[in-house]
Write a protein that binds this ligand. Sequence first.
Ligand code: ATR
Length: 290
Amino acid sequence: MKIDGKTRICGLIGNPVEHTLSPMIHNTLAGILGHNLVYVPFCVEEGKAAEAVAGAEALHILGLNVTVPYKSEVMAALEEIDPLAQAIGAVNTLVGTEGGFKGYNTDMEGLYRAMTGEGIRIEGEQIILLGAGGAARAVAYLCAVKGAAKVYMLNRTLEKAQAVAQEVNGAAGREVIVPMETKAYADLPDGQYLAIQGTSVGLWPHTEDTVVAEENFYKKIHTGFDLIYSPWETKFMRLVKAHGGQAYNGLKMLLYQGIIAYELWNDVQVSEKDAKAVYEKLCGHFRRQE
Ligand code: ATR
């Protein structure tokens, strides 16, 4: 890697940031594409997200990713916000513009690109969405925007799912999100569903946990997509497969949220061949861990 007077900087703000895979994604892309760019993690202390953005602006940082816990907090410090990110209420990518940073949510576009790449459709589909937290709420928006027929939002706490459904249905102008208590899953209309796992249940090291333990639930699922990628295969994914479904982890979502951010920062299109090369590198990281 050559660093000189023309090197442009991108980075990640969050806390913690030590375990991020984003530098691997962006520095690999910069290497492949021959861009004079480096990507580094910045750990930002509580209450300092706006200061970090102002500092980045002053330093002409090309772009930033934003992670937990600043995805919503940072929005007040931005010059402009993309409509999807505004609707979701969270940004994960900041792009330098003349007046300041513009915020985007490439997490959801990344999920969409990952699903499309696997041949998974949202348009016209009957979907089960597990969870009603920040991540699941964003997925609910994505499904509504991309034309899902119905999204049954199953959550342990019904009130939270009801609040998200009311908000998303209001924005979408149709009753697309149907809130349900998770344990009432037997009330789902007959049929086969795409299921998106949007909670943190099953995340390493709690690899034997899953939101729904009953085997009968998994008979309803033709495809399961878990937003988690550590462990490589969650209990949710194993149960979907055990009942004949296809299952995917969230690593390609991570990959494509990064690729879309890189495309925004550099005004380029990353080819599928290059995306695959970065994906192989991420997979190698996981293989080394196992
Ligand atoms: P995130 O930002 O990752 O979405 P969050 O906003 O804290 O995190 O939301 C966590 C989600 O996981 C919620 O849907 C939560 O259910 P509740 O709304 O009932 O709290 C769900 N969740 C967390 N732990 C759970 C558990 N042990 N069993 C079932 N659902 C759980």
